[in-house]
Design a binder for this molecule. Structure first.
Ligand SMILES: [Ca+2]
Ligand SMILES: [Ca+2]
Ligand SMILES: [Ca+2]
Length: 246
């Protein structure tokens, strides 16, 4: 479950919890976790409210007046944010470096338009669809009614990742050798998103002989030439896939 609170003693290590924040609460473990945070773990610098959570607890949506939850929030207005508690999809939530926060009151092409406040977000069972209310008349074309409307943001069609900046390096972390024309060894494939925005559907296509592929997140198809779908890669985050040539 998720809830909002002004309490300052729900978690340890907070630095500025004197404002309304969103917490996820694990009923079985009896543990509250601050989730109105940026991808790098920074606490929201202003109040957050109106939260909802997906059925598996992975995704939390909320509205917030904080302007430090994503890199380019300069609208001085209330936005809707989606916090992913398990970017690496390993089932362990809230790991440092494996959470991400994105703004979802954006136009269909991903443009973070805003000339009005957005409120009251709700999340679908699977966390893929967000519905919210907004006075912003620029989210869709032809919104000339002069009043707030209800909008749906479908994550199945992720926005362009123009602010993502992916780089790939391949390096031999262990000795490898050529033996009678065959190559044996292991390689580390490092994919890094150095940009300010989350990259979606990160796919790495390989070439070469039969391999064993072990990604730190996502899945790989080792069938030659081999490819990996590594899923979502948060801003300023690296991930690795090891490739053993057999
Ligand atoms: Ca804002
Ligand atoms: Ca995780
Ligand atoms: Ca309107």
């Amino acid at each position: 479950m998720v809830f909002e609170s002004f309490a300052t003693n729900l978690i340890s290590g907070g630095t500025a919890l004197d404002r309304q924040h969103i917490y996820a609460y694990d009923i079985q473990g009896g543990q509250a976790t601050l989730v109105s945070i940026a991808s790098d773990g920074s606490e929201g610098n202003d109040w957050s409210q109106e939260s909802d959570v997906s059925s598996d607890g992975r995704y939390v949506v909320f509205s917030s007046n904080a302007d430090n939850l994503v890199m380019t929030d300069t609208n001085y207005s209330i936005d809707i944010f989606l916090h992913d508690r398990d970017v690496d999809q390993d089932g362990n939530f809230d790991e440092v470096g494996q959470v991400s926060t994105m703004r979802v009151n954006v136009a269909s092409d991903g443009t973070p338009t805003s000339n009005g406040q957005s409120h009251r977000p709700a999340l679908s069972y699977d966390g893929q669809t967000i519905v919210f209310e907004s006075a912003d008349s620029t989210l869709v074309s032809g919104d000339t009614n002069g009043v707030a409307d209800v909008f749906v943001h479908d994550r199945q069609s992720p926005p362009p990742t123009s602010g993502a900046d992916l780089s790939v390096t391949v390096c031999c972390d262990r000795a490898f050798a050529y033996t009678e024309g065959t190559m044996n060894g292991a390689f580390l494939i490092s994919v890094t998103n150095q940009g300010p925005d989350t990259a979606h559907n990160v796919t790495v296509n390989l070439s070469g002989p039969t391999t064993v592929l072990t990604p730190t997140q996502g899945t790989c198809d080792p069938t030659p030439p081999g490819s990996c779908n590594l899923g979502t890669l948060a801003a300023q985050r690296p991930l690795l896939a090891s490739r053993s040539v057999v």
